[in-house]
Design a protein around this ligand. Sequence first.
Ligand code: PLP
Length: 451
Amino acid sequence: MAAAYAAYQRRTPRSRALWERARKHAPLGVHSNYRYLEPYPFYVRRAKGTRLWDADENEFLDFNMAFGSLQSGHAHPRLVAALQRQLEDGSIYGYEWDETPSVAETICRRYSMDQVRFSTTGLEATHHAIRMARAFTKRTHVLKFEGGYHGSHDSLLVGVKPPLEAAGPPLRPRSAPAGPGLLAEVTSRTIVAPFNNLAAVRDIVRAYPNDVAAIIVEPIPMNMGFILPDPDFFPGLRALCDEVGALLIFDEVKTGAKYLHGGAGRLGVTPDMMTLGKSIACGIPLSAIAARPGILDQVGPRKVAHAGTYNSNPLAMTACRVSLEEILTEEALQRCSQLNEKLARGYREIFDDAHVIARVAADGVSGTVFFSDHDVRDWRTFLTVDGERSMLYYYLCLNQGVIPSGTGPDEQWTVSVQHTDADVDHHLEVLRSIAPQLTGAPRAGEIEESV
Ligand code: PLP
């Protein structure tokens, strides 16, 4: 790892200087904790297509794609043209734009929902969704899954990435707050359950028979790497919610635009509510709270609060319309998915040849590598991943000009519509060259809470 850091530092002197300046005025020199890197983060100058250039003019082939926010790839020409046109007509009006109804129709049609309210970030969407669910059910508690991340707000900064010592019993995890500053009165109303374990979820929910307003979950968890659920897990959750009168909220901030009809479409399970973000507007801040009939009827003045100066601003609406209708078409996503299969197959072959102990999980347009000798299916098995080796793989790729995925073993790669066969070949070439440095028995640990 020391040699990988040293090579990184040799390539990035300007980033280092920028970081020295930046950290005088911003903690860690970044404006989102997830962006911090050891020994210092690199700073980006520009990006286009599948490439990104840092302040030192190093070129990177990018498979992070802004943590999945750029299914379109960088600076997609259609988006650029549409946004330029819209800027001429104004960026925000303080009134609804006459095109917004048609964007709302697009969302409802694509995700089989009845109503929608737009917000700006994923954080806001899950925050508002929970308030709406509480108001609709007149209940207080929400259940989330251990290892799940739904944005940086108090109700859901619970059981996010707890170390084993803080996590409590595996079948009855503690409501462990993700850090200081969170009120116990709030976090104690967030119940935590193990993912992929229906029997345990049932036991936990039945212990709060009249309290659970909602279960919130990513249909395909993408904040524990990449986990495809057991086939009976979501049908079982759906039935459990119906049995106890809780709403099922799919947090599709990541998954929503990675599958044509979101994770719900991929799994064939219909939630009561859905939160969307990231690639629904490919790089322009936009989120959405969508719901089946009835639930959003209670939103309004002196009813359930939902407001935001930047909600449904014309730039975000334009980006959403172009992203969903013109860029992330069925055909384009199909092509990404074929490239993704090729990438995942290449990873498995290279690791087999080089005797690297790892599990590769992939589906749709994304995938990840777990340096573990266990199948990862929930947070506790995620903790078997060798965090240091994960970061070594990441830096070895970075030093050869490939960003292999989002940062950290809890992230995944994104194959955007602008990635080509040649990009996938190059990614695999770099992987093959570094694979001999990734051998040996994986050692669990070194995974840090980074919210
Ligand atoms: N929900 C999920 C599943 C996420 O992955 C994220 C962010 O990564 C969020 C919500 C929060 O979104 P934002 O960062 O836009 O607030």
